[in-house]
Design a binder for this molecule. Sequence first.
Ligand code: NAP
Length: 267
Amino acid sequence: MGEFSGNVIVVTGASEGIGRALCEALAPQGPRLVLAARNAERLESLASACRAAGAETLVVPCDLEKETECRELIDRTVEHFGRLDTLVANAGRTMWARADEIRDSAVFRSVMELNYFSVVWLTLAALPHLKTTRGRLVPVASVAGLTGVPERSAYCASKHAVIGFFDSLRIELADSGVTVTTVCPDFVVTEIHRRALDAQGHPLGTSPMQEARIMTAEECAALMVPAMAARRRMLITSTRGKLGRVLKLIAPGLIDRIAARAIAERK
Ligand SMILES: NC(=O)c1ccc[n+]([C@@H]2O[C@H](COP(=O)([O-])OP(=O)(O)OC[C@H]3O[C@@H](n4cnc5c(N)ncnc54)[C@H](OP(=O)(O)O)[C@@H]3O)[C@@H](O)[C@H]2O)c1
């Protein structure tokens, strides 16, 4: 059935985008999926599709900006399935505005709350269980966690924080059997762009991206499943993202120009 047969996998941000596509990609292997996000109706429709494909499911509607709800998600998982094998910390949000135009500090705070703090709270709650199962941590960061991106300062900062946290934790976990696979997608067609906060802290409402020119959530999920199975250290989903890691050391100005162009061209 595959590496994830019977595996108890918590996926946050499962109601949309990459999280949803990942659940659909994993389901045929027969995992026990815990689907977490705020929109219960979207989670229920995903759950029935995943059950039809071969998974067991538990739906946990929750607001992960609340630390208690992060802990409750892990508690409910272990109460229901008796164990936890994999935590995919995927729920996230973004913003789109120059730093010097942002008037509402809530933009910085809310991005950090969900993208960084919720991931830390979930991970700390999950760790004792993952140590028992020698499980997997799969934080979904971004190529924006590896380099600067204009008009994404709050988002970049939150994703750099995620990568720094897990690079440190990975060393601490070296002898535990628990592995960290940090996922760094490049642009993906999802709801995140429509929901991006503007300088006033309001959702943009429409996607500014050239959606025909960027990866689909299904393509991203198809790369994630084997990387998770192989317990790879990091998955970067684009060639420019992979090259950027190396070039940043020798030609950082060039990487700044590539990032500026990606935003200007919206792809
Ligand atoms: N799309 C991209 O271009 C891209 C690129 C690089 C990295 N990423 C990262 O990939 C991850 C997934 O993003 P996506 O693109 O799939 O975004 P998306 O389509 O907007 O999905 C985000 C998910 O997070 C959930 N969520 C948002 N706020 C939440 C909260 N307070 N509590 C619980 N769940 C919450 C949303 O569900 P509800 O609204 O139902 O709560 C939704 O299921 C994020 O960490 C993002 O930063 C995305």
